[in-house]
Design a protein. Structure first.
Length: 135
């Protein structure tokens, strides 16, 4: 498994209020999520009027594909008209695959035996229950 993270500064020169900044940030977040199926968050400088520190992340099994998506996002960020891209930091993190912990794969025979055992226990419990009085 590979986790890709792209952190970047976004300079919003025309923002005259935090509302203007939020409009640009929200629009960018929605567009990146929709176009690239990534997670996007504003991660810093929340109270700064003209600066947004943001991060994009995605997970995949192929490092080349994850890197390619991050490259396309960087290209898109450089071509923005309502904000300017500042410093960026890109990282790919390789995580070892998890094994099935503490549980061997069950075969069909073992599953069938367990189902029959539970059905027999349920039938026995039902037979031992006193009959309900009918009105």
């Amino acid at each position: 498994m590979v986790i890709g993270v792209l952190q970047f500064e976004l300079w919003i020169h025309d923002a005259s209020s935090l509302k203007d900044k939020r409009r640009v940030v929200r629009s960018l977040k929605d567009r990146l999520h929709r176009d690239h199926l990534v997670s996007v968050a504003e991660v810093g400088a929340l109270d700064r009027l003209n600066l947004a520190l943001m991060a994009v992340s995605l997970t995949g099994s192929d490092g080349a594909r994850v890197g390619s998506v991050l490259d396309r996002i960087s290209t898109k960020l450089r071509s923005m008209t309502d904000a300017e891209l500042g410093e960026t930091c890109r990282e790919l993190i390789k995580v070892e695959e998890m094994g099935v912990s503490g549980r061997d794969e069950l075969d069909d025979e073992a599953i069938a035996e367990e189902m029959f055992r539970r059905a027999a226990e349920s039938a026995q419990t039902e037979a031992e229950r006193p009959p309900e009085d009918s009105p």
